[in-house]
Design a protein around this ligand. Structure first.
Ligand code: SAM
Length: 231
């Protein structure tokens, strides 16, 4: 998640229980966060950098969480469909969108993306930190292949992922988190396996400010993959 925004509630992904599903895990996660009533989620600056120069059309935000990215896209002319498995976080996101004056430009939809995606194709399909301790590599591969299939010809697929752990993290990361760090080359293979003809417009790793839980300075690497679908 994008943790640099000061008003973004701090979070780390806890270990799942053996009986957790994507729904129970992420509902429990978001019900445990208590954002202030007037909280406005901020966009990921990496998303804004990549989307700023695209011609606005229809956008699909997968695993939209608190909605900062969907709201930014709507404010910048996009008509957005935003999907997440947690109805709790979508309700908060919808409230924030209404406060931002873009409620009529965003369709919030509950989906477990391993089972279904919003219907249709989109000029931009985007996923920021679509990591989940519930989703192993085959599950993520299936979701990204479905995401790729939802990109209209001429459209863009933008995937931003964690590429490393924060510099202040001294302990060994648990395996359920470590296995979430998949390089862009692997994600690109997943997309290409799903079909279509793709051009790689951006493939890079960016080091970002990532303060620690006590506010200590730190950085972490994020991977940015921006693909254009030719057909
Ligand atoms: C690490 S958070 C990132 C949230 C947001 N994109 C951001 O950048 O802050 C991962 C998000 O993906 C959602 N998610 C995880 N697994 C999912 C699934 N199977 N179906 C739909 N959403 C899922 C979670 O509910 C959560 O909001």
């Amino acid at each position: 998640m994008t943790d640099t925004a000061p008003q973004r509630p701090r979070s780390a992904m806890p270990a799942p229980t053996p009986t957790d599903t994507a729904h129970t895990y992420w509902e429990g996660f978001y019900q445990g966060l208590r954002p202030p009533a007037d909280w406005v989620p901020r966009p990921n600056p990496l998303l804004a950098d990549e989307a700023r120069d695209l011609v606005a059309g229809t956008a699909l935000d997968l695993g939209c969480g608190a909605g900062g990215d969907a709201i930014w896209l709507a404010e910048n002319g996009w008509r957005v469909t935003a999907a997440d498995v947690s109805a709790t976080v979508l309700a908060r996101a919808a409230t924030a969108a209404a406060r931002a004056g873009v409620a009529d430009r965003i369709d919030w939809q509950v989906h477990d993306l391993t089972r279904s995606l919003p219907v249709g194709t989109f000029d931009l399909v985007t996923a920021q930190y679509l990591h989940s301790p519930i989703a192993d590599a085959p599950a993520r591969e299936a979701v990204f292949a479905s995401a790729a299939a939802a990109v209209a010809p001429g459209g863009t697929l933008l995937i931003i992922s964690h590429a490393g752990f924060p510099s202040w993290m001294s302990e060994q990361p648990p395996s359920y988190l470590a296995e979430q760090l998949v390089p862009n080359s692997v994600i690109l293979g997943w997309v290409r396996n799903g079909g279509g003809d793709w051009v790689v417009d951006v493939d890079k790793v960016v080091t970002r400010e990532r303060p620690g839980p006590a506010g200590e300075a730190g950085t972490a690497d994020d991977a940015v993959l921006r693909l254009r679908r030719l057909r």
